[in-house]
Design a protein. Structure first.
Length: 118
């Protein structure tokens, strides 16, 4: 599976961005999809997951109530709607896919950079 993330950019604190991740080369509808991020000088951080079975969503505490993950299986797309952005959300955001029965995310996109100015 190949993943291509897009939609990053520069936004002021309090603003919004929507990231997209396009999948190709696999059965997208059978993958759990997730978003992760890596801030400058820090390790990779989990952000959100959406399951393939019934689109149940999970979020890391720092983004709960502000970010929304969704998917469109007909278009092989997963989205991350980010609202009320904070400077600490500044990071490179990566989408990832996990196949049925896999404990870990196996497929990763190239990342899209989000910068939130104060």
């Amino acid at each position: 599976v190949q993943l291509q993330a897009s939609g990053g950019g520069l936004v002021q604190a309090g603003g919004s961005l929507r990231l997209s991740c396009a999948a190709s080369g696999g059965t997208f509808s059978r993958y759990d999809m997730g978003w992760f991020r890596q801030a400058p000088g820090k390790g990779r951080e989990y952000v959100a997951t959406i399951t393939w079975t019934d689109s149940t969503t999970y979020y890391a505490d720092p983004v709960k109530g502000r970010f929304t993950i969704s998917r469109d299986n007909a278009k092989n797309l997963v989205y991350l709607q980010m609202n009320m952005l904070k400077p600490e959300d500044t990071a490179v955001y990566y989408c990832a896919g996990r196949g049925i029965g896999s404990a870990n995310y196996e497929y990763w996109g190239q990342g899209t950079k989000v910068t939130v100015s104060s």
